[in-house]
Design a protein around this ligand. Structure first.
Ligand SMILES: NC(=O)c1ccc[n+]([C@@H]2O[C@H](COP(=O)([O-])OP(=O)(O)OC[C@H]3O[C@@H](n4cnc5c(N)ncnc54)[C@H](O)[C@@H]3O)[C@@H](O)[C@H]2O)c1
Length: 429
C-alpha cells in the first residue's frame, strides 16, 4: 500500500518506519526544511532505540520518503495518518491548531479515489467529527474520503516493539470501507482489534492514559502513608500487585509522572469532563498527588542535604528516551536552583534538550562519575539501567558526603547502609 504520515515525531516516525519495513511505500510530511534534510540522510532527530537503523534500512530500500509537499504524497495514498503534536493550552484543553492546519492541506489535495484520513494524534472527543466537516468544506467535489480515529499507545523507549506488538489496535470509524483498509494495513501486526465508532476511539485513549496516571498517583499516595506509618512501600505494592485484578504495572512510587502524554492527557480529560458538566475531582486529585510527590522529594533534599552541591542523575522523563516534556527533573532542578543549590547533571540521552532550558545555570557532565564528584549528595531522578549497578564504592570516594536521594527506588536500603551511605528513598524505612 502507499500511505502518508504527517508529522515525524515519536509517533509519526516510528509508525512510518514500521509500515515501510513491511514493504509499504510511506511518505512522511514535515514542515521544517532543516529537519527533513536530516531525515533524508538517515538521522532520526529524536532518540529512540533501534529507530536510526530502521530508518536507514528503509531509506536505502526506497520505501520511505520525506517531503513538505502534500500534492504528490496525498494523491498517491490510500491512507493518511495525522501524527502531529496536540500540546495543552493554558486551560488544559488540547491545542488543535496543528491538526486543523494539516487537515485543511490534506483535504485540498484529495483525489477522486477513496482516501482514509486517520487521526493518530490524541484529540478531544468530537474532534474527528470536526475533521470530517473541515474536509468536506475544503476538498474538491469529486474527492472521496472517510475519517477514522486510530489512537496510538506506543511508549517512548520501546516504541518499535510496541508498534509491532500492541495489546490492542483501536480502529474507530463509521465507514466499513475505512475499517477494511485499516485492517489490511495492520495485517502483519499482532494484537487484538477493537472496531468501534469515532467518539469511543477518542475516549479510549484519554481513559487509558488517565488510568495509567491514576495508578502512579495511587502508588505515590500509598508511599506517603508508608513513610508516615513506617511501612515499606515496595513490599506493600509488590504484594498488592500480585492480585490479578489489580496487576503490578504502573504501581511504582517515585518523583511523579511526566512526559508528553500523561500530564497533558489528564488535563485534557479534565477539560472534556468540564465541558460535559461532569464532576472530575478524582482526576484533579491524581494531578495534585503527582505534584506533591515532586514537592515531597524536594523537601527531603533541602532538609537533609549536608551541603549545597548536588549531582543529578537522569533528566529525561523516563529511561531510553531523550524526551524531556514535563519531565519531573525540570521542576526539581528549577526549585532547587531557587533554593541556592549548585547542580551538576548527567543523562545518557537528554542533556542536549535540557541544556537549552538551563544553559550555564547547571553544569552538564559526560558521565555519571563526573556528575557525582565533589558533590554533597546525588539525586536519582530517572531510572536508566546504567545507574542500577554503578560502582558505589567509587562514587562514595569521589563525593564530599555519602548522601543519595533516590527518587526511583533503584537501590536496596540494606546494601546502601552497609556501604555507609545516608540513603533516602520513596516510602521505605
Ligand atoms: N509520544 C508518545 O509516546 C505518544 C504516544 C501516544 C500518542 N501520542 C500522541 O501523538 C501525537 C504526536 O505525539 P509525538 O510525541 O509524536 O509528538 P512530537 O512533538 O514528537 O511530533 C510532532 C510532529 O508533528 C510535526 N508537526 C507539527 N505541526 C505540524 C504541521 N502543521 N505540519 C506538519 N507537521 C507538523 C512536528 O514537526 C513533529 O514532527 C500527540 O497528539 C500525542 O499526544 C504520543
Amino acid at each position: 500500500m502507499t500511505i502518508t504520515i504527517v508529522g515525524h515525531g515519536y509517533v509519526g516516525l516510528i509508525t512510518a518506519c514500521v509500515f515501510a519495513d513491511f514493504g509499504n511505500k510511506v511518505w512522511v510530511i514535515g514542515h521544517t526544511k532543516e529537519k527533513l534534510a536530516r531525515l533524508k540522510k538517515g538521522d532520526p532527530i529524536i532518540f529512540e532505540p533501534g529507530l536510526r537503523e530502521m530508518l536507514q534500512k528503509n531509506l536505502k530500500a526506497r520505501r520511505i520518503f520525506f517531503t513538505d509537499d502534500y500534492e504528490n504524497s496525498i494523491s498517491e495514498s490510500e491512507i493518511v495518518f495525522i501524527a502531529v503534536g496536540t500540546p495543552p493550552k493554558e486551560t488544559g484543553e488540547a491545542d488543535l491548531t496543528n491538526v486543523i492546519d494539516v487537515v485543511r492541506k490534506v483535504a485540498k489535495n484529495l483525489k477522486n479515489k477513496l482516501t482514509v484520513i486517520c487521526c493518530k494524534s490524541t484529540v478531544p472527543v468530537g474532534t474527528n467529527k470536526k475533521i470530517e466537516t473541515i474536509i468536506k468544506r475544503h476538498k474538491s467535489r469529486s474527492a472521496e474520503f472517510a475519517v477514522a480515529s486510530v489512537p496510538e499507545f506506543l511508549r517512548e523507549g520501546t516504541g518499535i516493539y510496541d508498534t509491532l506488538n500492541p495489546d490492542r489496535i483501536v480502529l474507530g470509524s463509521d465507514s466499513k470501507k475505512a475499517i477494511d483498509l485499516l485492517i489490511k494495513l495492520h495485517q502483519p501486526i499482532n494484537g487484538k482489534r477493537i472496531i468501534t465508532n469515532l467518539v469511543s476511539a477518542e475516549m479510549i485513549k484519554y481513559a487509558s492514559n488517565s488510568i495509567l496516571a491514576t495508578k502512579i498517583s495511587f502508588a505515590n499516595l500509598v508511599s506517603f502513608y508508608c513513610e508516615k506509618a513506617g511501612a515499606n512501600v515496595t513490599d506493600v505494592l509488590n504484594t498488592v500487585g500480585l492480585d490479578n485484578r489489580i496487576g503490578r504495572s504502573f504501581l511504582y512510587p517515585g518523583v511523579g509522572y511526566g512526559g508528553s502524554c500523561l500530564p497533558k492527557d489528564v488535563k485534557a480529560f479534565l477539560n472534556i469532563g468540564e465541558k460535559l458538566a461532569i464532576n472530575s475531582k478524582f482526576l484533579e486529585a491524581v494531578e495534585e498527588i503527582n505534584k506533591t510527590a515532586m514537592d515531597n522529594f524536594i523537601e527531603v533534599v533541602s532538609k537533609n542535604a549536608p551541603g549545597k552541591k548536588l549531582g543529578i542523575l537522569g533528566l529525561s522523563f523516563k529511561p531510553n528516551t531523550d524526551d524531556i516534556r514535563e519531565a519531573p527533573s525540570l521542576y526539581i532542578i528549577d526549585q532547587l536552583l531557587k533554593q541556592g543549590f549548585e547542580i551538576k547533571a548527567y543523562d545518557p540521552a537528554a542533556i542536549i534538550n535540557v541544556k537549552k532550558l538551563f544553559e550555564n545555570r547547571v553544569s552538564f557532565k559526560n558521565n555519571l562519575y563526573d556528575a557525582s564528584a565533589k558533590t554533597d549528595a546525588i539525586l536519582i531522578i530517572t531510572e536508566w539501567n546504567e545507574f542500577k549497578q554503578i560502582d558505589l564504592s567509587k562514587i562514595k570516594k569521589i563525593m564530599n558526603h555519602p548522601f543519595i536521594f533516590d527518587g526511583r527506588n533503584i537501590y536496596e536500603p540494606d546494601l546502601m547502609k552497609k556501604l555507609g551511605f545516608k540513603y533516602f528513598s520513596i516510602g521505605r524505612p
